[in-house]
Design a protein around this ligand. Structure first.
Ligand code: SF4
Length: 222
């Protein structure tokens, strides 16, 4: 897009500080069911589900965990079987060798340092093998201990298109969003963008003509 066109588009929609609330309100109205799609019944199941969800779909993870969580109920259970057995159980989620290694590593740290409990602080969560800031943010937010904003591929793309950030690096995008998004919306904001990104603001073909944000979006093509 031409530079002056971008500037003109930004002028048309107004400053991001004035747009953020109506954007959130309209997305919440458009996607009232926007919640985490992973299925879990405990903090441990939440942690494992999110760890398994990298580079696969939530549907696949739910299919795998339905049986997995009957077999592995406590952190010890993941360490009690041979590594190959856990790998086979995780296989459909892809990159299963790495995931099995990480899950076992995380369980070991939980047992050794946290009495087998999943911690809530981001700085503790990111100490678990295979748990990066994104995973830690998801886990913390779902437990009502939100400390940041989850930035995945949809959040990144939509934040850029909506003119909420000029950054490309997820950590810098998160910093921009934390300055912009009201604190009480940190948990639901990524879900709203993820659902909007899957249904309307699709990566290759954004459906601007159907988008509830068209008049608030500097990248709108309508
Ligand atoms: S107007 Fe278009 S580019 Fe902007 S958020 Fe909607 S679909 Fe995405």
């Amino acid at each position: 897009m031409h530079r002056s066109y971008v500037a003109e588009a930004r002028r048309r929609v107004g400053p991001k500080r004035e747009r953020i609330r109506p954007v959130i309100e309209r997305l919440a109205a458009a996607h009232p069911e926007a919640v985490i799609a992973l299925r879990f019944r405990s903090e441990l199941e939440l942690l494992v589900s999110v760890m398994l969800s990298a580079q696969t779909t939530d549907v696949t993870v739910n299919r795998v965990t339905e049986r997995l969580f009957q077999k592995y109920r406590r952190p010890e259970d993941y360490l009690a079987v041979p590594l190959e057995e856990l790998e086979a159980d995780l296989r459909p989620t892809g990159t299963f060798r790495q995931k099995a290694k990480n899950v076992r590593g995380a369980m070991r740290v939980l047992l050794e340092e946290y009495d087998g409990e999943v911690p809530t602080r981001l700085e503790d969560l990111v100490r678990l093998p295979g748990v990066g800031r994104k995973t830690a943010n998801v886990v913390a937010a779902e437990r009502g201990a939100t400390q940041g904003i989850v930035v995945d591929t949809h959040v990144r793309r939509l934040s850029q298109r909506l003119g909420f950030t000029r950054q490309d690096d997820p950590v810098k995008i998160e910093r921009d969003l934390m300055r912009l998004v009201p604190r009480e919306d940190w948990a639901r904001f990524p879900h709203l963008l993820i659902w909007h990104g899957r249904r309307v603001c699709i990566a290759r073909f954004p459906r601007c003509e159907e988008c509830a944000l068209a008049d608030l979006c500097p990248s709108s093509r309508v």
